[in-house]
Ligand binder design. Structure first.
Ligand code: UDP
Length: 344
């Protein structure tokens, strides 16, 4: 083992996949999660994938700095990866205080605990949402940052907190990863995005159309300035995203230089492209209806990806069909099994 890594929000969608990727890379991941948006049964399924009889998991609120310190102070930690946060843009508009509290206070609480325990490497889950509404596509990392929702505000503030702390104290190294649109699931079909959540995002919604739970997909607008009029995004396989965390962490350990980089594929697909690709995975045409535009949506959201390759040696491995096939496999096996376990 190369050392322990604390994963706040480690039982969640991206956290659980990053657990597997870190373990594959020889690290010993430790989960901290309050299970406000994750199921306990995910731990058993991670154990099956990783062929471990036990994994260390602490049910702790990320704002409890003393509790985090107690965990880190056990020793052996080389870093933390900070996923624990609230992430629904629409909800953040209704509950800005909750978002600022959990996302910003949570980050401060973790940083204070890390400083006390003298663990100075942190990989931070940021988001392409910190770019606001950009004219220049693909977006370079040097683009001006802004925010269009309280959620985006908390991610931008998180980045700025890390910049201030890193500038003031050279012991810190931060890997800030600006995610584009994560999708798909681990190839085992044992972990994935929890379909029990009310989906705000495209992929879980399409999955529910595929299972027949929803009658059709509402396509939010078909008059955007894109090849078929529907919104274009960069969908990245969650296992690629997980690998980006491993590469970011290894880079911090090697050179101690903070980085802030886009994590995407650099290729955009429209809503209708996504629906067709998912249909190929399922083996049938999935129905849709054109609906009004959703507030705050933009035509195209795509980032430059060269910096990720230059700085942390990251390149994506999976294509769109693999994303959809893995999602469908998860929906039919792991998700189904998990729902049974959680209700029993
Ligand atoms: N979208 C859609 N129907 C849905 C959910 C999303 O047409 O039920 C569209 C949305 O307008 C956007 C794209 O799918 O163009 C991706 O949306 P998502 O919420 O997944 O990601 P984000 O907009 O945050 O990048």
């Amino acid at each position: 083992m190369v050392g322990k890594v604390l994963l706040t929000g480690g039982a969640g969608y991206i956290g659980s996949h990053t657990f597997v990727a870190l373990q594959d890379a020889g690290y010993d991941p430790v989960i901290l999660d309050d299970f406000s948006n994750a199921k306990k049964s995910v731990l058993d399924r991670i154990k099956l994938i990783c062929q471990r009889s036990e994994i260390e998991c602490h049910q702790v609120d990320v704002r409890d700095s003393d509790a985090i310190f107690e965990i880190l102070n056990q020793g052996g930690f080389v870093a933390a990866v900070h996923f624990a946060a609230k992430k629904a843009v629409g909800e953040s508009v209704e509950k800005p205080l909750d978002y600022i509290d959990i996302n910003c206070t949570g980050l401060l609480s973790l940083l204070k605990a890390m400083e006390r325990a003298e663990v100075f490497n942190l990989v931070f889950s940021s988001s392409a949402t910190v770019y606001g509404d950009q004219e220049i596509i693909p977006i370079p990392e040097t683009a001006t940052r802004s925010y269009a929702s309280p959620y985006a505000f908390t991610k931008l503030m998180g980045e700025q907190i890390l910049e201030q702390v890193g500038d003031a104290d050279p012991r810190w190294s931060f890997g800030t990863l600006r995610y584009f649109n994560p999708a798909g699931a681990h190839a085992s079909g044992m972990i994935g995005e929890d379909p029990a959540d009310i989906p705000n995002n495209l992929m879980p919604y399409i999955a529910k159309v595929a299972t027949g739970e929803f009658e059709h997909l509402s396509v939010f607008g078909d008059t955007y300035n894109t090849h078929d009029g529907t919104g274009v995004r960069d969908y990245i396989h969650v296992m690629d995203l997980a690998d980006a965390h491993v590469k970011s962490l290894k880079t911090l350990q090697k050179n101690s230089i903070s980085h802030a980089i886009n994590i995407g594929t650099g290729t955009g697909y429209s809503v209708l492209d996504m629906l067709a690709a998912y249909g190929r995975a399922v083996g049938k045409t999935l129905p849709h209806k054109i609906a009004p535009r959703r507030d705050g949506d933009v035509d195209t959201l795509l980032g430059e990806v060269e910096k990720a390759e230059e700085v942390i040696g990251f390149k994506t491995r999976y294509d769109l069909d693999e994303i959809c096939a893995s999602s469908w496999h998860w929906i039919n096996t792991g998700a189904f099994q998990a729902a049974k376990e959680d209700n029993s």
